[in-house]
Write a protein that binds this ligand. Structure first.
Ligand SMILES: [Zn+2]
Length: 254
């Protein structure tokens, strides 16, 4: 393969052991940048530290994942995001998940506040949705959010058409190897609206993922689109660099 550059736009790096070795392996796999996404206050704190010690390679996004929402911790989590958002390139991971036992009303309230912060600070939003795609999309669109990525999109295809028409992006994971709804979404979305990611350390087919596995996402998108992986790499990296405003010239080796 010719010289390519990849960006893993979604990794939970604070959950990875031997991080320096893992990042070294990612560099060898042509991964030129990793977006570390936050889960809650404790995780956000770790991510900011990881990004600080891996400047121009790990870029931080802080968030409040619906799985981590606890009524009594909402205020401190939101105020942490408010205080540190300007040090981040995006807000995430945030969203709605109707499979978890967190009241919908509480999830909506948290997401509304977070979307307001995204507007005030002009940051892109990294969205998680499960059985909640349509509500999430409506909230994001009605609030006038300009930049959002529906991470690992596996929702309804007719809704995806609306999401794309509204100008939003979706991201591709190694689950493309086996997930028909995810494959259908990636087939439909134009290449200009696709980002690559791993959701590290999610386990795919029995194996814990790492940022270097963004190569799997790349291969699978290439297979589904019937295009050369170099073409996919070039376009998706350009998409990520525009979406997160990561300047190409900050990549070592470019
Ligand atoms: Zn995630």
């Amino acid at each position: 393969m010719a010289e390519i550059s990849l960006i893993d736009v979604h990794a939970h790096l604070e959950d990875v052991e031997d991080l320096s070795q893992v990042l070294q392996e990612a560099r060898s796999a042509k991964v030129k940048a990793v977006i570390a996404v936050g889960f809650d206050k404790a995780s956000n704190r770790k991510i900011l530290k990881i990004a600080e010690s891996n400047r121009n390679y790990v870029y931080p996004a802080i968030g409040y994942h619906p799985w981590g929402i606890r009524e009594e911790e909402v205020a401190e989590n939101l105020s942490f995001i408010r205080d540190y958002l300007n040090e981040c390139i995006a807000l995430g991971e945030v969203g709605l998940d109707y499979k978890v036992k967190v009241k919908k009303e509480l999830q909506w309230r948290v997401l509304e506040t977070i979307l307001d912060l995204a507007l005030i600070h002009d940051k892109p939003v990294i969205l998680h949705c499960r059985f909640s795609h349509s509500r999430t999309f409506n909230m994001v669109r009605e609030r006038g959010i300009k930049k959002a990525v529906f991470h690992w999109y596996s929702g309804p295809i007719d809704l995806l058409e609306e999401i794309l028409a509204a100008g939003y992006l979706i991201s591709a994971t190694p689950a493309l190897r086996y997930s028909p709804p995810h494959q259908a979404a990636i087939k439909l979305a134009p290449l200009e609206r696709i980002l690559l990611e791993t959701d590290t350390p999610v386990v795919y087919q029995g194996k814990e993922s790492r940022p270097r596995d963004v190569l799997i996402s790349l291969e699978e998108v290439a297979r589904l689109k019937g295009l050369n992986p170099n073409v996919i790499a070039e376009q998706t990296t350009l998409n990520a660099s525009r979406f997160f405003q990561i300047p190409f010239n900050s990549f070592p080796g470019l």
